[in-house]
Design a protein around this ligand. Structure first.
Ligand SMILES: Cc1cc2nc3c(=O)[nH]c(=O)nc-3n(C[C@H](O)[C@H](O)[C@H](O)COP(=O)(O)OP(=O)(O)OC[C@H]3O[C@@H](n4cnc5c(N)ncnc54)[C@H](O)[C@@H]3O)c2cc1C
Length: 695
């Protein structure tokens, strides 16, 4: 009995001690750790940089690793882990390192290192080895820091990231004293804009869509056409269209142009790879971030709307496009004619964008079929207005509404509708046609009229050829196709016949006077120089502005601020947010009639602002933004060490053949020429470029 009681006492005492100990020494394990561990691959492979899946799960819960930590389980698991953590699904995206500097040995040495072989040490002692103040120091601290062997020293002595091995752990970013290696998600990359302190070539600084031009050309040179398409598409979803119609402002700042007086044919190479994808019979994969559950309505399916929708969708938002016309495309469908941008090419391009899961509604006009309130009722959280500039300006002269008088956009869009079976209207074509204006619309009108069989087609423009705003290649093509040009001619009045039909255009001859505010010499009429040009069809194409008539029919838009040119006002051209906080704009509706590539850049900029707005963040411009400026010191006057080489000519249909048809007139360069042209690129960075690389 005594023994029994003794044992019972010991047992009770142990129980009390254990109960107290369990309270004192209790270690709480967050139940999310087990849940997250069950979502990882369970392979304990160490690929994530942690000792096993349990350690990786603990790191996620401790906010030391991202939900995408498991390099094997994939995006779905990452999204589920993000949900367990109650995080925005966007954080589930995979991280990848990227080295911005391609400088390598091309930037001359500036300092002796005295035996020091660490980037950090060199940076703190000497400030750097190379002339370029922002460039890579070349001692590979990032390589030493990477335990996954995902970075190696490239042939030009700068680190190259091997994407297949990179797990995005960020060790390289921490090790780099120059902030060159950046670890970014796909969304971060889509939302990157040119900044003053970035490693940017002059062409990439100039491109309104901010494409990494040297990178896509280098990929062509290496035969990586798919990579090249991905590089372009990271900034521009309309590469087939731009490859055909972009007037390539980037080429104006090409350093090769300084030595050869012939820039690299950047845009033709864009068309080459874009056509390569289309002709390959399949589409390259376009990844999207996990869904955010937020909804955006895009009004207008032109380049700005398509670009905005593309980037928002890739950032994980639900997007629906509403357009008043029967098909999407805007001016690149209804303005730019078939012989410059075939509809089947445009269809393929737009289909690829919609395939991301973007819904479209056509024949739906804002202010008539839908209103802002009806969109809000359907659960849209933000609205992008990319309504373009569809209202033709009038000349304001006597007789401009006579029979036989048209306006440019009206004429081109009505013809496009009939040409592609969306209307059965019979389009009138005169024998002697006169088009007034000097921009792309005027040139497209005259070249269309030639193809429609007009006997004589003339352009009347009040300044000289040099001042014509149309793309130079278009002006030259019109000259080859037999158009008569009447320069320094200001329309005075339209002359009618006895039946009220147009029979002539009276204009005044002009001479150039003093320069105006734009620096161009102002045309001044010469008294008594009235001249009449016979015509039975007159088209006025002197410019166009946005049609904001919805302000009268949509009560929510009554107070939307617009400018005196009817463009939609955004207080800041970089954020493109209007005075109604959930409404954003971009493209021609924000800038006035401009370029496709401008509209694409504006669409992406607006997508960034909408993304910030939807995440509840302040809508502010990009920090240290390079918006429409150049980094000082990067625009050179001479480029020593370059051998001369000639630019690849664009192949085109012979003139006598093309004026009888709407077949595409400009053709694509061959693979051999694309590679040859890619070798003309100096692979410029901020101040570096390749020397002696003549093709
Ligand atoms: C004849 C012509 C030739 C050109 N040539 C070139 C060229 O060679 N190179 C170049 O870079 N640029 C060229 N441009 C300019 C270029 O086409 C435009 O800058 C570009 O299309 C602008 O894109 P956007 O999306 O802002 O507008 P748009 O392309 O005009 O698209 C606006 C869209 O909004 C829709 N919309 C308008 N109002 C409403 C509403 N109330 N409700 C619903 N939908 C609405 C329209 O149907 C349209 O689809 C040319 C323009 C014209 C007119």
């Amino acid at each position: 009995m005594t023994a029994f009681l003794f044992m019972l006492g010991i047992g009770g005492a142990c129980g009390i001690v254990l109960a107290v100990a369990s309270r004192v020494f209790y270690v709480y394990e967050d139940p999310r750790i087990a849940e997250i561990e069950s979502l990882t691959s369970g392979a304990n492979c160490g690929g994530c940089g942690y000792t096993g899946c349990a350690a990786a799960a603990t790191a996620v819960v401790g906010k030391k690793a991202k939900p995408s930590v498991c390099v094997i389980a994939g995006m779905e698991a990452a999204t589920a882990i993000a949900q367990v953590m109650g995080m925005d699904p966007g954080t589930a995206e995979t991280l990848l390192s990227e080295n911005e500097c391609r400088g390598g040995d091309r930037a001359e040495d500036k300092y002796e290192y005295m035996g020091v072989t660490s980037c950090s040490a060199i940076d703190s002692i000497h400030g750097g080895k190379r002339v370029c103040s922002i460039g890579c120091l070349g001692y590979g601290d990032c390589i030493k820091a990477c335990i996954f062997d995902a970075i190696e020293m490239g042939p030009e002595n700068y680190p190259v990231v091997i994407e297949s091995k990179c797990v995005g752990c960020g060790a390289c970013q921490t090790a780099c004293p120059k902030n060159i290696i950046k670890v970014k998600t796909m969304s971060d990359r889509l939302l990157t804009f040119n900044q003053f302190d970035a490693a940017l070539s002059p062409c990439a600084q100039t491109c309104p869509a901010e494409i990494d031009i040297p990178k896509y050309i280098r990929q062509i040179r290496e035969g990586d056409y798919e990579g090249s398409v991905h590089t372009i598409r990271e900034r521009n979803p309309l590469l087939l269209s731009c490859g055909r119609v972009c007037p390539h402002p980037c080429e104006d700042k090409c350093r090769r142009d300084i030595e050869d007086e012939e820039p690299v044919s950047i845009n033709q190479m864009k068309r080459f790879v874009a056509d390569f994808e289309m002709n390959s019979g399949s589409r390259f994969n376009i990844p999207c971030a996990p869904s955010t559950g937020k909804k955006v309505a895009v009004i207008g399916g032109g380049p700005a709307g398509l670009s905005c929708a593309f980037f928002l969708r890739r950032l994980g938002h639900d997007v629906e496009i509403f357009d008043m016309m029967p098909k999407l495309g805007g001016m690149i469908r209804y303005g730019i004619p078939e012989y410059r941008l075939p509809k089947k090419v445009l269809e393929w391009e737009i289909e690829g964008i919609l395939n991301l899961g973007i819904k479209s509604h056509v024949n739906v006009k804002l202010g008539q079929d839908i209103t802002v309130d009806s969109l809000k009722e359907k659960g849209f959280d933000a609205i992008f207005m990319g309504i373009g500039a569809w209202k033709d300006y009038n000349l304001g002269i006597e007789g401009e509404d006579l029979n036989g008088c048209y306006t440019g956009i009206d004429f081109l869009s009505r013809f496009s509708l009939t040409q592609h079976g969306d209307s059965d209207e019979k389009i009138f074509v005169g024998k002697k046609c006169v088009v007034i204006g000097g921009g792309n619309t005027a040139i497209d009108c005259v070249r269309t009229l030639v193809r429609l069989g007009a006997d004589e087609v003339s352009i009347v423009y009040r300044r000289t050829r040099k001042e014509m705003p149309a793309n130079m290649v278009e002006i030259e093509a019109a000259e080859h196709e037999g158009i008569n040009f009447h320069f320094l001619a200001a329309p005075n009045k339209v002359v009618a016949d006895e039946n009220g039909n147009v029979k002539g255009l009276e204009y005044l001859k002009m001479e150039l006077g003093e320069p105006d505010e734009s620096g161009r010499r102002r045309p001044v009429p010469i008294e008594g120089s009235e001249t009449v040009l016979d015509t039975d069809m007159l088209v006025t194409a002197i410019g166009q502005g946005p049609d904001v008539s919805f302000k009268e029919t949509d009560i929510a838009l009554e107070n939307l601020e617009t400018t005196r040119w009817s463009t939609i006002d955004s207080a800041d051209p970089e954020t493109l947010q209007t005075n109604i906080p959930y409404i954003f704009t971009g493209g021609d509706s924000a800038t006035g009639a401009s370029l496709v590539v401008e509209a694409i850049g504006g669409g992406r900029r607006a997508a960034r602002s909408i993304h910030l707005y939807l995440n509840g963040e302040e809508v502010t411009p990009v920090k240290r933004s390079l918006f429409k400026t150049h980094i000082p010191g990067t625009i050179f006057e001479s480029v020593p060490g370059i051998e001369q080489s000639t630019r690849t000519e664009m192949p085109e249909l012979p003139v006598d053949e093309r004026i009888k048809t709407f077949e595409e007139a400009d053709l694509v360069i061959t693979q051999k020429d694309a590679i040859k042209e890619s070798k003309r690129c100096l692979d410029c960075c901020r101040i570096c470029y390749n020397r002696d690389v003549a093709a």
